[in-house]
Design a protein around this ligand. Structure first.
Ligand code: PMP
Length: 413
């Protein structure tokens, strides 16, 4: 390693001790986990919270007057407040627990669609969206006979803002754009996107699945109408995610699922719905997931998102510098502002071959289309190799990756 980490008060080796999964060998090599955009590993405190909860407190929420149920309900509602403060939402009832980013986008696509979308209306997304921010809108457009419009991107993987501004006609009823691309790492100019839409009175949903773990988020400063993300990508459990929505929208939108907890009064003739946030939380939610997610948020907040970002950015720069040394590597996503996600291909070598050889060296990268087939079509590739970094990755691991790529090239010529 010829560059030293510059972040004096970010002790990665100590931080790594919090993550039991990282200390293992894969195929005889120390694990180097670079698939963090798919899911992140969990610190011991999150694992302990879940085990403790099942061991001592498990009981359904909002239902019982007994001790365990009251404890559970209290912890669940405290978890909601933890999320509220994490993204600086104005009110805790603007935080809806969902199954994940996908669940949250589908909820808005159905519920907002039912209330606000009419025939010939338009919804605007970008060309770099994950399938989770494409397909729910297509389904809604089909149902409502509305149209999906796509903001084009340039070869660097940046939204073409002038084209975006042109799309904002009176027909547009919603803009839904990712904050950070899960393939390219591009950090979109989301504040400009939101401002331009708001000037035309159009609300904006921000897909924060790849941003909230790297960038401090303040939904009131952003002024976005909806912000969605997943617990498992911010060092928390799977099966839990967040739909933040401005109260004024959520109050207007109908529930998207019916069942227990989301009702005031049920008769066979008529049902009245509960207030926010429970109106959107039908049935038994993943309450233990919510409590685990709150612990993950406390963990990263204690580390400091600013410090995380600083370390990850220096690791990204180091990785790019090293990989740029290979003249056979072609990068996909060279935007000016990037999160630590790197997509590339080695000239003449299939991404699966690269991924399989790296795996044999204990190095976990992602290969394939990354749930973004239209983006693959744009770059005219079948897939890419993706290295996505987290704050527990080290410079030494990057050196192993570089050695591994040398071996891939030697093996496949
Ligand atoms: N949007 C983006 C940008 C993503 O990266 C992902 C996950 N890869 C999703 C949405 C969907 O997230 P989940 O599978 O956790 O619902």
């Amino acid at each position: 390693m010829d560059t030293q980490p510059l972040i004096a008060d970010f002790d990665v080796q100590t931080i790594r001790n919090d993550f039991p999964i990282l200390h293992q060998s894969v195929h005889g090599y120390p694990l180097a986990y670079f698939d963090n955009a798919a899911t992140t590993q969990k610190p011991q405190c999150v694992i302990n919270t879940i085990v403790d909860y099942y061991s001592h407190l498990n009981s359904n929420i909002h239902r019982g007057v007994h001790f365990l149920s009251e404890q559970s309900t209290h912890m669940y509602e405290e978890a909601r407040k933890t999320v509220q403060h994490f993204i600086n939402a104005a009110y805790s009832q603007e935080i809806i627990f969902t199954s994940g980013t996908t669940g949250a986008i589908n909820a808005v696509a159905f519920s907002f669609g039912e209330r606000f979308i009419r025939e010939n209306d338009e919804v605007v997304i970008s060309a770099m969206e994950h399938h989770a921010n494409i397909v729910p809108w297509q389904m809604m457009c089909e149902r409502k006979k509305a149209r999906l419009k796509v903001i084009p991107i340039n070869q660097k993987g940046e939204i073409i803002l002038d084209e975006y501004f042109k799309l904002l006609t009176p027909k547009v009823k919603l803009v839904a754009v990712t904050h950070v691309s899960n393939v390219l790492g591009t950090i979109n100019p989301i504040d400009t996107v939101i401002k331009a839409a708001h000037e035309k009175g159009i609300p904006v949903l921000v897909d924060g699945a790849q941003s909230v773990q790297h960038i401090p988020i303040d939904v009131q400063v952003l002024d976005c109408d909806f912000f969605v993300f997943s617990g498992h990508k911010i060092y928390g459990p799977t099966g839990i995610g967040i739909l933040y929505g401005k109260e004024k929208w959520l109050n207007e939108m109908p529930p998207y699922q019916g069942g227990g907890d989301m009702v005031h009064c049920v008769t066979f003739e008529k049902t009245t719905y509960n207030d926010l946030p429970l109106k959107f939380e039908a049935g038994t939610t993943n309450f233990i997931g919510a409590i685990g997610m709150a612990e993950a948020i406390r963990y990263i907040t204690k580390l400091g998102i600013d410090k995380i970002a600083k370390y990850e950015n220096s690791l990204l720069a180091y990785t790019m510098e090293k990989l740029s040394g290979f003249d056979r590597i072609r990068f996909y996503g060279t935007a000016k502002t990037k999160a630590p996600v790197i997509s590339f291909l080695i000239d003449g070598i299939h991404p699966y071959d690269t991924g399989m050889v790296l795996d044999k060296l204990g190095i976990a990268v992602r290969t394939g289309t990354h749930c973004a087939q239209p983006l693959m079509d744009f770059f005219d590739v079948d897939g890419t190799v993706r290295v996505s970094l987290a704050f527990y990755n080290t410079y030494e691991e990057i050196d192993c990756l570089v050695d591994g790529i040398r071996r891939v090239i030697a093996m496949f010529g």
